[in-house]
Design a protein around this ligand. Sequence first.
Ligand code: GDP
Ligand code: IMO
Ligand code: MG
Length: 423
Amino acid sequence: MAVDLLLGLQWGDEGKGKIVDVLTKNYDIIARFQGGPNAGHTLEFDGIKHVLHTIPSGIFHENAINLVGNGVVIDPVIFKKELDNLSKFKLNIKEKLLISRKAHLILPTHRLLDAASEASKGKAKIGSTLKGIGPTYMDKTGRNGIRVGDLELDDWKDRYTALRDKHIDMIDFYDAKIEYNLDELETEFFKAVEVLKSLTFIDSEEYLYQAQQAGKSILAEGAQGSLLDIDFGTYPYVTSSNTTAAGACTGLGVAPGQIAEVFGIFKAYTTRVGSGPFPTELFDEVGATMGRVGNEFGATTGRPRRCGWLDLVALKYAVRVNGVTQLMMMKGDVLSGFDTLKICTQYKYKGEVIDHLPYNIEPENVEPVYTEMKGWAEDLTKMQEDEQLPKELNDYIDFLEKELHVPIKIVSVGPDRTQTIHR
Ligand code: GDP
Ligand code: IMO
Ligand code: MG
């Protein structure tokens, strides 16, 4: 059977965790394909909120296999904490959670390198989550990395030591000196590695091939969002992996022709956490209200998220780069109560009006051009059916569907699993 993909179309935190959880009942396997513990995927059901970082968001469903693909980078320490948080749910982790031998490991010194790099950049810092993502992917592409499968080799600790020593020299190279206690970090790391080693490692591309042959259904779960993609995002203010559809092929070993549906998920407005350009960002009471009502604080770092109007120029770009076949609009409930809603449909770019995302969207070059729409006052959070949605929200959805040429199949009206309207 084919593989479906779910990915974020903005700067992350669109609500991927919630929707993967909602969709898992339709799938046999949920597979993460890139990113690592920089992700924070929230799901809520039965009054409990869960935040997952590396573990796929299908883990709470009894019958689904959850696979951490080769494209993911794993920090054993954070992974262990995630497992500890899950222990009270009595999930059969050894059978339900499979880890690719080809996934790379985040070492304690990768985190230190991330911190040193950011500190040395001063005002130009990326606003990284400081989870060691950039340095780990650098070691992967530089062909120096340590992979999960290496943990099964007798000499893995020698490999670890060689890479760690190199990292220490690199940390010293940075101007920004950072304080650390490597003994403590390593004690914690090696303990966590033992926990990781107790899990099931697989040759994931072979596993997924056989699963497809056997007619199993697979949903690939993206992390971050398209505008954080290393190639197509707002470089250099991006993450270090391909968050777009192509990343699922390299991050799982799935052939392009095997991809069926591409679910693109977006918030009814826009948020961003960390540095980098954000043309529709609001610095006024409207933006503050979105942040307050939407509870816009990072699920991984707790940092407040920057908020602004929906950017259709950027959204169109993400729909195209990913080949999105179905859209899901999240957090419509947060927009209740605004008299007027704005949607950015074009940019004024160096004196010209354009409707595509240009190379550089720094504020000095780009000014958003807005279309205004009437808002709605109704509380959406208890609505269950498409028919209950207010006219103004339907107008908002119709406008987006016409502009994007892709149907909006899900409208999410609250964080809980049940607050999901299928259209
Ligand atoms: P992810 O990284 O894409 O999985 O998203 P995050 O979990 O980082 O952030 C999304 C936040 O919005 C979480 O706190 C969710 O519980 C919450 N959320 C998801 N969908 C909705 C929705 O439709 N309405 C509201 N109000 N909150 C939502
Ligand atoms: P989920 O999967 C939102 C942002 C960071 C920073 C930049 C680089 O929850 O949507 P990194 O740690 O990758 O070096 O940070 O990317 N970032 C995210 N923003 N959601 C995420 O993941 C993110 N993962 C990274 O804030 O600006
Ligand atoms: Mg998140």
